[in-house]
Write a protein that binds this ligand. Structure first.
Ligand code: FES
Length: 68
């Protein structure tokens, strides 16, 4: 399933990157995959996935403050 339609980034792309490198942040996803670099609609989904891969909880208020 696509997370970022603008850049053609799929869930597997984000999970693969997150599983090979610890401590990734949204800016890393933006720089390497282009996530959230155009319309920004993918930001929330990408951040939830990133935090999920890191084993972090997804508090909706925290997500809202950190998206793009
Ligand atoms: S859907 Fe990711 S930048 Fe538009």
């Amino acid at each position: 399933m696509y997370v970022c339609v603008c850049k053609g980034v799929r869930e597997g792309d984000i999970r693969s990157l997150a599983n090979t490198e610890a401590g990734l942040r949204m800016r890393d996803l933006r720089e390497r995959l282009g996530v959230c670099s155009e319309c920004g609609k993918c930001g929330r989904r990408a951040l939830v996935m990133l935090r999920d891969c890191a084993g972090e909880t997804n508090d909706p208020m925290e997500i809202e403050m950190q998206v793009c």
